[in-house]
Write a protein that binds this ligand. Sequence first.
Ligand SMILES: [Zn+2]
Length: 220
Amino acid sequence: MLKWLRMLEDFILPPPSYCPLCGENPLTRLECCPKCLADLAIDWRLEKICGRLTAHLFVYQGYGRQIVQQLKFHGGYRAAVAVGALLGRALKETPEFSRVDLLVPVPLHPVRERRRGFNQSQALALGIKSHWHRQIFRGVVRRRETPAQSGLSWQERQANIQRAFAAVGGTDLRGRVCLIVDDVITSGATFHGVAQVLESLGATCLGVCAGRAVLEKGKN
Ligand SMILES: [Zn+2]
């Protein structure tokens, strides 16, 4: 029901004339206002996580952290699409990602998605797609909810995430290059869990996230 309402809202409402991140400043050319853009401290960086090339837009702290929390917990669908569009612009300019042909949003468990009303990674992928035309692949599902991951070590996260994701439909992904999309990467355990499923279908995996969390010292 919520999904339908949102689709209708997108058709009926004109594009937002105010910044979807702060809701205060008028929009000009970009997806968010210049103040939000400055406060996000965008710093597009590429790194290898679990041996796979991954990029992030900002560090998960300060305003970036606030925005990611907003996407997740305060019905920030439009904010997620806007951040996705910023990711799309960055991806488009990054040759290392040019061979990607599928976007794979990290799935939420259906119960959590119903509760939240949308999957923030899916909304990010829709935003990416608005600037960088790639198909969205929905053949990975979350079979069980994983407990909150914060404060856990890599081994504990990995144990939590194991078997949480599964492929549906038996798609053959040999020769396909998938870009896993998530709102925030901390240890990379979730990203690794989804990548393993896709790789078992023959795909090569890369990753992108909005915020990169820096783990506390002593955690790995
Ligand atoms: Zn703003």
